[in-house]
Design a protein around this ligand. Structure first.
Ligand SMILES: [Zn+2]
Length: 331
């Protein structure tokens, strides 16, 4: 939440300390039907949601890491990558200017944070997009960081979870931006071939090039309540096909109803849900035995089970049955 920026604006226009404090401490709920004025501390305590109507505010990437991962487990990766203006792009302002503004607004070098961490002791590679950085659009560095993070997961034998939030491809990088869709998808294919789990959390908004690539390629796709998720904006679709779109079109709930996503999970439940999903993939909730404990913090990475061993286990009950049948025949 960009409270600092708004505080500065108030200071300039009013020069009054009282106004400054009011603006910094309170925020209006984004749901027009609710419209409650909320204490910022309360919003933070409720996982950046309205305590009256559960409206989900956008969360910056660092805060998202903080509320999702185990405390102290986050290790950031690939934060040395920085964007350059390869095309010398200029519109109403230059790309370099947009980058500077994005950096100032978000406090980040780019629109995605990638790293490794743990959820209830279970290791994973975790990426979070930050909408404050040029609408979290996918430029070359965003695509490269995500692709490298996925490859890091493949090498370590770890699952990957990405919190998506993006306006789509970054127009200032033209075709270079579109290439990121293919690059991230190819990295995911290799991750999938290694038999590893991949999860996405689609927050408001997840659109265009991001929804058409890594956001919708996950094993389990989780939507945040009320998030706008789609490819093209609703107004453009209406104008093109000249049909009035149904109520709630392009929201998480609408997509769940039509089978496009797997679940809608309130933010307060996201961490336990992810923990459970990671557990399923590790076989922690198998029918055959008690839950496998989460590995210790300094434990080596989980090795994916070799295919041969899996095959042996599949055959074992049948082989045992044949043996008993033979015994019965000879007796
Ligand atoms: Zn509200």
């Amino acid at each position: 939440m960009a409270l600092t920026g708004r505080r500065a604006a108030r200071e300039e226009s009013n020069g009054g300390r009282r106004n400054v404090q009011t603006e910094a401490q309170f925020r209006k709920c984004g749901n027009a039907e609710c419209g409650q004025t909320l204490f910022v501390g309360d919003i933070e305590r409720h996982f950046y949601c309205c305590k009256h109507c559960d409206f989900h505010f956008r969360v910056n990437a660092r805060k998202r890491v903080e509320i999702t991962l185990d405390e102290g487990s986050w290790v950031e990766l690939f934060d040395n990558l920085e964007t350059v203006d390869a095309l010398g792009f200029k519109a109403h302002k230059s790309y370099l200017q947009s980058l500077d503004e994005g950096r100032a607004k978000s406090g980040e070098k780019e629109a995605v944070l990638c790293g490794e961490g743990r959820i209830e002791g279970q290791p994973l590679v975790f990426c979070v997009m930050d909408f404050q950085f040029i609408g979290a659009s996918m430029g070359s560095v965003v695509g490269e960081k995500i692709a490298r993070a996925i490859e890091h997961g493949t090498a370590k034998g770890w699952p990957v979870a990405i919190v998506c939030c993006s306006g789509g491809a970054r127009m200032q990088e033209g075709a270079l931006s579109l290439m990121q869709m293919a690059k991230t998808s190819a990295a995911l294919q290799r991750h999938n071939e290694a038999g590893l789990g991949y999860y996405t959390i689609l927050s408001d908004p997840t659109l265009a090039g991001v929804s058409a690539s890594f956001a919708f390629l996950a094993d389990v796709i989780v939507g945040e309540p009320g998030a706008m998720i789609g490819f093209t904006g609703a107004r453009v679709i209406e104008q093109t096909i000249k049909v009035r779109l149904p109520e709630g079109f392009q929201t998480s709930e609408f997509l769940l109803k039509y089978g496009q996503i797997d679940m809608v999970v309130p933010r307060k439940d996201l961490r336990p849900t992810l923990s459970r999903l990671l557990g399923y993939a590790r076989g922690a909730y198998g029918r055959s035995g008690p839950r496998r404990p989460a590995p210790a913090l300094d434990a080596p990475p989980l090795e994916p089970e070799p295919a041969v061993k899996k095959e042996e286990r599949r055959r074992a009950p049948r082989a045992a049955a044949r043996k008993t049948a033979r015994k019965k025949r000879t007796a």
